[in-house]
Design a protein around this ligand. Sequence first.
Ligand code: FPP
Length: 247
Amino acid sequence: MADGAEKTLAKAIVGGPRHVAIIMDGNGRWAQARGRPRLFGHHAGARRVRDIVSSCPDLGVEYLTIFAFSTENWKRTQTEVSGLMNLFRRYIMKEMQALLRENVRVRFIGDRPRLDEKLRDLMDEAEEFTRHCTGLNLTIALNYGGRDEVSRATKRLAQDVAAGRLSPDDVDEETLPKYLDTCVLPDPDLVIRTSGEARISNFLLWQSAYAEYEFVDTLWPDFTPEIFTGLLCAYGARDRRFGAVSA
Ligand code: FPP
């Protein structure tokens, strides 16, 4: 490794984010620019997922949460939706051994009942097979929407109140996150969105209240571990105040 690259990595580890969340946008435009169907871009995007996952341990990232399919993505054509669902099934089947080898613990967030049974079974298996892994915590958001997650959480919380298991007086900022899909994860420190769009599109709404954001022009299939490293370095230079003032 070149001296410069070594320094970049070392800097990324010191003071870098523990939890990075990524909105992987731009697969469709990447494919269109090559005169190919949108699914071609999603397949290229899946290869990028592998590269970024593998780069995390060296960069000190302990949690990586990626937005793979939103509750709004069902509005796409039937061809694209079923192509994406096939891709997710294939990704889980194909990558499971590699993820195990890399000691990656896999989790899924999102509303599962609307996903097909075969995909749900694979998601359960992936979570079960990697339960003992102690390396990177990879969370894949599938049929996920922040508002949907908060609504589902509130419903369960209300059921606990109605059943007398929870008092309304005990409902506060500590209680509600226990009902979210992300209840075992720390809040993201850094949220990245690729493809030049500067919006959060219903991703981790509650959890990202104090996250830092990076919006980069690169389309997701072109997002390399080097670009990722650069963003982690930039994060290390930020002053996070959480509403207080600098020391
Ligand atoms: C947004 O780009 C991307 C998606 C809706 C799908 C994300 C999926 C992947 C990166 C594929 C693989 C993921 C896993 C976990 C295997 P877009 O299609 O909206 O792009 P556009 O804005 O250019 O149209």
